[in-house]
Write a protein that binds this ligand. Structure first.
Ligand code: C2E
Ligand code: MG
Ligand code: MG
Length: 720
């Protein structure tokens, strides 16, 4: 029986031809290809389809290095010509090696197998092998990986990737004693855009927001979207709160500029919380939690603000939760009431309107300012039911007033965008029997959007009923003057911030008031100056043609009984009285701080604080020129020099000026580094609350030196 060559391993020419045919059939399918090199790695053979991928014929590629077909940089995916050249160098057999090639700027991937060839004497002759195209599956894999790490909407890192980045940076930086900051950004009023302009607009907005954020931070920063309208920025080597505050201010300003979307124009804003490692936390959980607490405080502080983390904020957020809980019951328990503040015509001194101002008497905490509880009510949407009560009560009270006295009611944004405000107002009016034109709804400047949304419809409905609309806090929000022209307002209330500082040198506030009045007059809109306290302010607004005044010069808000007394006595006229000048803006402080001088720790009271200096009280006999370290608590130390000394009061100037803390206060640029404390023997941890713990000195177990200065036992008037 003839032995078939296939079984003997000796290929007959017929068999060899068959193999060649099969091979070329296989090559033509494109599912695989063959390659062969000489001992120097130059191509001896390459299947035609593979050569064609590179736009060449096999002949053209002959004698070029096989490795040159592939991209040579490290790709990070385990496939690189380095490993192929390693195989070649070691004359190893390999299989399943993924290689990347760049063809016209596009990535292609192949999986290669190869075996070294040797001649009969064992001399290396080159390689022979095959390959397959895995581009499609590889691209799909890359895409999945990208999706798993990046936010598909904005292209920024997603929560998952940010977590890994924060973890990696904190770990690496800890060893090198480096710092990094985590900034959390949350958009203000994003929900309203979604609700009023639709989700598509919301998505567009988020993309635009991502672009704006990217413009603020340099490329060393990692920016991510954690979900919804929350963004996170990781900033390496940054612990200067001056710089961080500037960055935060800049990003807030950028995001507060109007956005033009295909669906309409809208204005949002942003709040920012900042935590710095290792000061505010050592682990990711700690740092991110701290940034969260700071963000929460920033949002509650009235939005459009930033906050640095501090231990105090933690107590604050706890307090807010308690207040929110109590506020839910305050209405039923009759703890809420209204006071009324007159709005008086400058020309006639007659009361033209009364603004209803909500008051809350908390059974344990006493009087709580609307500045505190209104934002809580707004965040929890309690404002909708509270606001309805205010409307009903104010209308019912106002029916008893003279016919030419209006009642003004503050309306929060949530009330406007929750459909049905006009119905609520109509019900309140008819229940009380109050004519619609005696009610004025005050809307904050920040509460406005483009045309055609719910708020616009509700406002127009109110106008049709005859209810007047006032724009409150004019000059603090984002409305442009152009908006005023279109908007249906009868009144604008000029914010007190135009008065404060109006008498400082170089201030143009007076002219600004004049310009606002001129514009309002031209549009037939009435003006009210709010917060007029001093006579010089009274004359200023009078000189600029403001029509009405609401402020302490006429009267603070009063209880309904007092209003009824006015009513009984027909005293609808008031005379302006008040101090000649606005008292200095400097808030008098009574905060307890510490002074460190030559290892001695003194308890003093901080009476006055500015960027560059402070006034302290409580030390006696301190010579001018003495250097102190002021301990403001939470690791904030400032080197200061005594420049004035009078009895128990000293004026200090700081070596490094303080910076804005985002909450209207000041803080030190830098704090005592936890790395430094760790070097002194303490475990590396976030800064402890309270004042700087003096690290005990080994050579002085008593730690403190003999005090140099006398102290007066002050009954500190602590005012929170
Ligand atoms: P607003 O609507 O701008 O009200 C004017 C605020 O300025 C009132 O503060 C008033 O007491 C105060 N004020 C008036 N004249 C002077 C002055 O000469 N000097 C100073 N320093 N302040 C003056 P209040 O009552 O604490 O209310 C604060 C804010 O709370 C209000 O600002 C308003 O936005 C909000 N609010 C009050 N009641 C309500 C309400 O029923 N509903 C809603 N949504 N918000 C309310
Ligand atoms: Mg108001
Ligand atoms: Mg106001």
């Amino acid at each position: 029986m003839p032995v078939t060559p296939a079984f003997t391993g000796l290929a007959s020419s017929e068999e060899a031809e068959r193999r060649l045919l099969l091979m070329s059939e296989y090559e033509q399918t494109g599912s695989g290809w063959f390659w062969e090199t000489d001992e120097r790695g130059n191509i001896l053979y390459l299947s035609q389809p593979m050569a064609e991928m590179f736009g060449k014929s096999p002949d053209m590629l002959a004698a070029t290095p096989f490795l040159s077909l592939f991209v040579s940089e490290q790709t990070g995916d385990g496939a690189s010509p380095r490993s192929l050249s390693l195989m070649f160098g070691g004359r190893k057999t390999f299989s399943g090696l993924t290689m990347r090639g760049d063809i016209d700027g596009e990535d292609h991937y192949w999986q290669l197998s190869g075996r070294p060839k040797f001649d009969a004497e064992g001399n290396f002759q080159g390689y022979r092998g095959h390959g397959g195209n895995v581009t499609e599956s590889r691209r799909a894999e890359n895409e999945t990986e990208r999706l798993a790490q990046f936010d598909s909407l904005t292209g920024l890192s997603n929560r998952h990737r940010m977590q890994r980045k924060v973890d990696a940076m904190l770990t690496a930086f800890r060893a090198a004693k480096r710092t990094c900051a985590v900034m959390l950004l949350d958009l203000d009023r994003f929900k309203q855009v979604n609700d009023t302009l639709g989700h598509k607009a919301g998505d567009e907005l988020l993309k635009e927001v991502a672009q704006r954020i990217k413009r603020v931070f340099d490329t060393t920063c990692e920016i991510g979207r954690l979900g919804g309208d929350e963004f996170q920025v990781l900033i390496p080597d940054m612990d200067d709160r001056g710089q961080l505050g500037e960055l935060a201010t800049k990003v807030i300003a950028m995001l507060s500029q109007p956005f033009s979307l295909p669906e309409g124009r809208c204005t949002i804003g942003a709040s920012v919380g900042i935590a710095i490692a290792p000061y505010d936390g050592v682990t990711r959980e700690e740092v991110v939690h701290s940034a969260d607490v700071a963000l929460y405080a920033a949002k509650n502080g009235g939005r459009g603000q930033f906050r640095f983390f501090s231990k105090e904020l933690q107590n604050e957020s706890h307090l807010r939760r308690e207040l929110e809980r109590d506020l839910r019951e305050a209405l039923e328990r009759g703890q809420l009431s209204l006071e009324y503040q007159p709005i008086v015509s400058i020309a006639t001194n007659r009361i033209v309107a009364m603004e209803a101002l909500l008051r809350w008497y908390h059974p344990e905490r006493g009087k709580i300012s609307p500045e505190i509880f209104i934002p809580i009510a707004e965040d929890s949407n309690l404002i909708v039911s509270i606001g309805e009560w205010v409307l009903r009560k104010a209308c019912a009270d106002a029916v008893n007033w003279p016919e030419d006295v209006r009642v003004c009611v503050n309306i929060s944004e949530q009330q406007i965008i929750t459909q049905g405000l006009s119905r609520t107002v109509a019900n309140a009016l008819s229940a009380a029997g109050l004519p619609a034109d005696r009610l004025e709804c005050e809307l904050k400047e920040s509460a406005h959007f483009g045309d055609g949304d719910v708020s616009e419809r509700e406002l127009r409905a109110l106008r049709r009923m005859g209810v007047r609309l006032a724009l409150d806090d004019f000059g603090t929000g984002a409305s442009s003057l152009g908006y005023l022209r279109r908007a249906p307002f009868e009144t604008i209330k000029i914010d007190p911030s135009f008065l404060r500082g109006a008498f400082e040198e170089g201030s143009r506030n007076g002219e600004l008031i004049g310009a606002i009045v001129a514009l309002a007059d031209a549009l037939g809109i009435e003006t009210v100056a709010e917060g007029v306290e001093a006579m010089e302010e009274f004359r200023l607004v009078q000189a600029h043609g403001v029509k009405n005044i609401q402020g302490f010069v006429y009267s603070p808000s009063m209880a309904l009984e007092e209003v009824e007394e006015l009513l009984a006595g027909h005293e609808w006229e008031m005379t302006p009285t008040g101090p000649e000048k606005q008292r200095s803006e400097r808030r008098k402080l009574y905060r307890r701080i510490h002074i460190i001088h030559e290892d001695h720790y003194y308890d003093v009271v901080l009476r006055d604080l500015s960027r560059t200096g402070a006034m302290i009280e409580g030390l006696l006999d301190v010579p001018v020129g003495t250097e102190f370290v002021v301990d403001f608590g939470e690791g904030q130390l400032a080197v200061a020099k005594v420049v004035r000394s009078h009895q128990d009061q000293q004026g200090l100037t700081f070596e490094t000026p303080l910076v804005n803390d985002g909450a209207g206060g000041l803080c030190t640029r830098n704090r005592v580094s936890p790395y430094l404390l760790a070097a002194g023997g303490l475990p590396l941890a976030q800064l402890p609350p309270g004042h700087f713990p003096l690290v005990e000195k080994a050579d002085n177990p008593m730690m403190l030196s003999v005090p140099r200065f006398g102290t007066k036992n002050l009954k500190a008037k602590l005012e929170y």
